[in-house]
Design a protein around this ligand. Structure first.
Ligand code: NDP
Length: 256
C-alpha cells in the first residue's frame, strides 16, 4: 500500500511529465503527486502509465494517462487540450522524454543519430509548443509556472562517441537559458537539469559495447532516478522569485 499523501507543498499545481513510464520521469511524477500536484503522465507504454496512475490514486493523488509519442506534434497538441480540459491549465512541465545512443561517428549509425534528434530536439520542441501557452496563462494568473527541461552533463562535458547525444543536450541547455530570459517576465521559470550517470532504462538501449562496459564499470556509483526527481521537486517548490537556471547533479564518485 503506497504511503498516503501528507506533504501538500505542490497542492494546486497541474503538472505534466513526459517519459513518465520509466526512470527519471516515473520517479518525478511519483514525487510531484506525493506533494499534492495533479499529474498528467505522457509516454508510449500505456500499461506502465496505468500502473503508476493506480499507485498514485491509491495514495490519494490524482493522475491521468496519455499514451503519446512526443515526436508526433499533432498528438502532443491533442494531449495538451485534453489535459487542460480534464485537470486544468498546466503550470508545471517536466520535458523529460529522451534517448541516448552513443557510438563512434565513423560507424555512420544515421538511424541512431536521427532517433536522438527526433526525440531529444523535435519531441522536446513539440512539447514546448503544445504547453507554453498554458504555462504563460498559468504564470500570469497564478504568479508562477515551471518549465523544466532534462538536459545532461553531456551538454558541456566531452565524451568520445557521445557527439550526437551531447549535441542534442547542448541544444536543450542553451534553449533553456534563452527561454528563461524570454519567459521570466511572464512569471514562467525555466530550468535545465543536467544529471550525470543515473540508473534507468536509458542505458538498456545502448548498442555500443565500449559504452556498455564503461557503464557497467560505474554501476555502483550511479545516481538513482529518485535523486533527480527530488531536485526537480525542490526547484519547483521554491518561492516564485527564485529560478534555478541550471542544476548539474553528479554522482559523488563520477569524476567527469
Ligand atoms: P529512460 O529510458 O528510463 O526513460 C525515457 C522515457 O522516455 C521513457 O519513459 C520512455 O517511455 C520515454 N520515451 C521514449 N521515447 C518516447 C517517445 N517517442 N514519446 C514519448 N515518450 C518517449 O531514461 P531516463 O529516465 O534516464 O531519461 C530521462 C531523461 O534524462 C532523458 O532526456 C535523458 O537524456 C536524461 N538523462 C539521463 C541520464 C541517465 O544517466 N539516465 C543522465 C543525463 C540525462 P516509452 O518508451 O514508454 O515511450
Amino acid at each position: 500500500m503506497p504511503k498516503l499523501i501528507t506533504d501538500t507543498t505542490l497542492a494546486g499545481r497541474i503538472a505534466v511529465v513526459t517519459g513518465a513510464s520509466s526512470g527519471i520521469g516515473e520517479a518525478t511524477a511519483r514525487r510531484l503527486a506525493a506533494r499534492g500536484a495533479k499529474v498528467a503522465l505522457l509516454a508510449r507504454r500505456a500499461d506502465r502509465l496505468e500502473a503508476l496512475t493506480a499507485e498514485i490514486e491509491q495514495a490519494g493523488g490524482t493522475a491521468i494517462v496519455l499514451a503519446v509519442d512526443v515526436t508526433d506534434a499533432e498528438a502532443v497538441r491533442a494531449a495538451a487540450e485534453r489535459i487542460e480540459r480534464d485537470l486544468g491549465t498546466v503550470d508545471l512541465l517536466v520535458n523529460n522524454a529522451g534517448v541516448m545512443l552513443p557510438a563512434p561517428i565513423e560507424e555512420l549509425r544515421t538511424d541512431q543519430w536521427q532517433r536522438q534528434i527526433d526525440l531529444n530536439i523535435t519531441g522536446l520542441m513539440n512539447v514546448i509548443g503544445a504547453f507554453v501557452p498554458q504555462l504563460v496563462t498559468a504564470g500570469t494568473e497564478r504568479g508562477v509556472a515551471d518549465l523544466v527541461n532534462l538536459s545532461s552533463i553531456a551538454a558541456k562535458n566531452i565524451f568520445p562517441n557521445f557527439a550526437v547525444y551531447s549535441a542534442t543536450k547542448a541544444y536543450v541547455t542553451q534553449l533553456s537559458r534563452h527561454l528563461r530570459a524570454e519567459l521570466g517576465e511572464k512569471h514562467v521559470r525555466v530550468s535545465a537539469i543536467e544529471p550525470g550517470m543515473t540508473h534507468s532504462e536509458l542505458h538498456d538501449h545502448v548498442t555500443d559495447q565500449g559504452v556498455q562496459e564503461w557503464t557497467a564499470g560505474i554501476h555502483d556509483i550511479m545516481l538513482h532516478s529518485e535523486d533527480i526527481a527530488e531536485s526537480i521537486v525542490f526547484t519547483t517548490s521554491l518561492p516564485p522569485r527564485v529560478n534555478l537556471q541550471q542544476i548539474t547533479i553528479m554522482p559523488t564518485g563520477q569524476p567527469a
